[in-house]
Write a protein that binds this ligand. Sequence first.
Ligand SMILES: Nc1ncnc2c1ncn2[C@@H]1O[C@H](COP(=O)(O)OP(=O)(O)O)[C@@H](O)[C@H]1O
Ligand SMILES: [Mg+2]
Length: 223
Amino acid sequence: MEARGLTRIYSRGNEEIRALDGVSLTIRRGEFVSFMGPSGSGKTTLVNLLGCLENPSTGELELAGKKIFGTGQALGERALTRIRREMFGYIFQNFYLIPTLTVRENVALPLAFYRKPRVEGEADRLLQMLGMGHRMNHLPGQISGGEMQRVAIARALVNCPEILLADEPTGNLDTKRSGEIGEILRNLNRNAGLTIVMVTHNPDLARLGGRLIEMRDGKAFEG
Ligand SMILES: Nc1ncnc2c1ncn2[C@@H]1O[C@H](COP(=O)(O)OP(=O)(O)O)[C@@H](O)[C@H]1O
Ligand SMILES: [Mg+2]
């Protein structure tokens, strides 16, 4: 994907906040890119734009050679929804599991919701792969934080995305669990060729990727 001059301005009262200030970067298929930077530096805003979850104020975004945002873009909300579900998996600091559904049901939910041809057993396969085979019928409230993030990863993968976006995926986990999640992400990148775009405050985690980008005041610095 290619971002050119991505800028996002929020207004708060009559104050303008330049959350993102002209970020240009290219992320190639199969890369594992980490973003670090102080709180408020625009990391979440950037990954949300890269993941087509928000629109930029100005600037362009191209995905697999297709213009998503920018001059002359004609993508409506339907097309955006389709791109989100077919190209991306998302994981977040707070997991966002549905508390009344079992682990298995949480993971299978996107299959039903998006009406993709249901791949029988895909949720189970992913949960097994992530070491959660013995927890499939548990509710989220009955498992640990590290386990919840594994479930969220399985859910993010169930639609076979090309790109995984992870916004502080270990922000709520201790060092040991963070390391385990990091290991899972690295294996998904290395073995399954998944492109990973991750925000983290954890330097050990950031080093797992081949590429580190620093955010400061809405700008991206590399190398
Ligand atoms: N919805 C919003 N409305 C107003 N300001 C926002 C909104 N989202 C983010 N901001 C502001 O944009 C800046 C960047 O935020 P964010 O991208 O969340 O940074 P980070 O993820 O690096 O902590 C901050 O100053 C934040 O307060
Ligand atoms: Mg953030």
